[in-house]
Design a protein around this ligand. Structure first.
Ligand code: XIL
Length: 285
């Protein structure tokens, strides 16, 4: 499974209102198909990496038309070839309120419904996901608000299929396995799946054997859950090698967040994960 880290984001796929840069995404879809991989689409609604003409949208009508057109154009083009999309990304603040974005300011809270409805209409078979970070634990302000938002959408018949947990975690923070399981299981009760969409486990530099052990435990804990909980299964990492990582630039002082080291060699945890996967009850079926 592969994900366009930046290629499908607004400023890259449609840098000006009239210019659609299809070639990079077309190449990626071809590459996936030639190599027996599937693609997750990422992402339409976001507050970052938008083109300037998006950030300067003023009226509701304009914004609805722009958002609908974006989703429709991309999803119709890749119909049946991209199996799942992060329709909206990071719409919540840490306290669980809706983030102040161009979409909220111009359209109001219903922009989320509008985006999901446009996505369902454009490719009815694609799985539609709401994605966020720090939303993985039941019992936190953001984790609970994220769940309530999805539940409310479901109850109102808005076409949402899955919850995306980015899981950009920190090795030194406690891994709350029970909180994560509770979050996943209440999504199951809603009839929704959960995708682990952007896993990395960053370490405050310099690293130490102790921190690496904590990182290993987190990666293993996530894989154990992905390998057993019925409504999860995709364990997607946000970059696989420390040699090419978004972490040091975004979180200064942090690094070593991925499964492969700076020489692109697998870390010991990689074998642990393969074993968990091989032993998965889902596999044996
Ligand atoms: C990041 C990319 O990895 C970087 O290359 C880019 O400069 C900024 O965006 N959450 C998301 C991703 O949903 O799209 C972000 O990707 C990382 C955080």
């Amino acid at each position: 499974l592969i994900v366009p880290e930046n290629t499908m984001k607004w400023k890259n796929i449609r840098p000006t209102k009239t210019f659609w840069n299809w070639s990079d995404m077309d190449n990626m879809v071809d590459f996936a198909e030639k190599n027996g991989m599937v693609i997750r689409g990422h992402t339409f609604v976001w507050h970052q990496q938008n083109a300037p003409y998006v950030d300067s949208l003023k009226t509701k009508d304009e914004a609805v038309a722009m958002l609908t057109e974006q989703i429709t154009m991309v999803m119709e083009r890749y119909k049946g070839r991209v199996f799942e999309y992060d329709v909206a990304n990071e719409v919540l603040n840490e306290d669980g309120t809706l983030r102040d974005t161009v979409w909220l300011r111009t359209i109001g809270p219903e922009y989320i419904d509008i985006a999901f409805k446009a996505a369902r209409a454009a490719d009815p078979k694609a799985r539609l996901v709401l994605n966020d970070y720090s939303n993985e634990y039941a019992g936190t302000a953001k984790g609970d608000a994220f769940y309530e938002l999805c539940k409310d959408m479901k109850n109102r018949g808005i076409p949402i299929d899955g919850a995306g947990l980015q899981l950009h975690l920190v090795a030194e923070h406690t891994f709350n396995r029970e909180g994560l399981l509770a979050q996943i299981r209440r999504f199951a009760e809603l009839g929704m799946f959960v995708t682990f969409t952007e896993i990395d486990v960053r370490i405050a530099m310099p690293s130490s054997p102790e921190k690496e052990a904590q990182q290993t435990e987190i990666f293993k804990g996530l894989m154990e859950i992905a390998a057993t909980e019925p409504n999860t299964g995709h364990f997607v990492v946000w970059g696989y090698t420390d040699a090419k990582s978004w972490i040091p630039g975004t979180f200064p002082g942090y690094g070593s967040a991925h499964l492969f080291d700076k020489a692109s060699q697998p870390k010991p945890v990689f074998e642990d994960l393969k074993k968990i996967l091989a032993d998965s009850p889902k596999r044996k079926k």
